[in-house]
Ligand binder design. Structure first.
Ligand code: ADP
Ligand code: MG
Length: 212
């Protein structure tokens, strides 16, 4: 077995079956570098270009940690746009097939808040959303992050470029300090280093260069 086989990760059988049915045979470079660290609970700064397979790198981690019997938000994935949040949500749903009754809710701006509030009333395990709208639900009391174990910042550089830094900070202040924090970014400007210092504990950095 070489070190890009998913089989060596010891994932739940349902997750392994989903990977097989998705046609994922080998880990991509970012997955091979980051998944062992993610599954070991480390905080991570992962620098990798679009299309490198980052979603499964954090998705398999948060699904491995999920306790479906506990209907509380255990994973939060923040994304810069609604389009990206919808893509991530769809990918996580595919990875979660066969795990009984996983409830995933998307919370994005540019769409009415009331239906989201109603959906949250039925409970959720995983939230995927944009920072401003997630913060709005925290402020109005329709979302609690007290049971959060995994926080993912996807495309963190884009979120900072779009001015979400302040909202991200306010969301994170409402999460438990012992959470795992996974930061994914295509670039690593000063703002990302600063953000990491404020919210991560002893993070490991992994970088995957473009394949071209
Ligand atoms: P990124 O977030 O880095 O831009 P994605 O997570 O969206 O990348 O993945 C890009 C594409 O690669 C998706 O279509 C996804 O289904 C596919 N993919 C991810 N991991 C693997 C893998 N191990 N084997 C084959 N395809 C994969
Ligand atoms: Mg992505």
């Amino acid at each position: 077995m070489n070190n890009t086989e998913f089989a060596q990760l010891g994932l739940a059988p349902a997750l392994q079956e989903n990977l097989a049915s998705l046609g994922y045979q080998q880990m991509t470079p970012i997955q091979a570098q980051s998944l062992p660290l993610v599954l070991a609970g480390r905080d991570l700064i992962a620098k990798a270009k679009t299309g490198s397979g980052k979603t499964a790198a954090f998705g398999l981690g948060l699904l491995s940690r999920l306790d479906v019997g506990q209907l509380q938000v255990q994973s939060l994935i923040l994304c810069p746009t609604r389009e990206l949040a919808d893509q991530v949500a769809q990918a996580i749903r595919q990875l979660a097939r066969g795990l009984a009754n996983v409830k995933l809710v998307t919370l994005c701006g540019g769409t009415p808040t009331a239906p989201q509030t109603a959906t949250l009333g039925f409970g959720a395990h995983i939230v995927v959303g944009t920072p401003g709208r997630v913060l709005k639900h925290l402020e109005q009391g329709s979302l609690s992050l007290k049971a959060l174990n995994t926080l993912v910042l996807d495309e963190a550089d884009r979120m900072l470029d779009m001015g979400f830094g302040e909202d991200i900070g306010q969301v994170i202040r409402q999460t438990p300090p012992q959470r795992q924090t996974l930061l994914f970014s295509a670039t690593y400007p000063d703002g990302i280093a600063q953000l990491s210092r404020g919210i991560q504990r002893d993070p490991v950095s992994v970088t995957v260069e473009a394949l071209h």
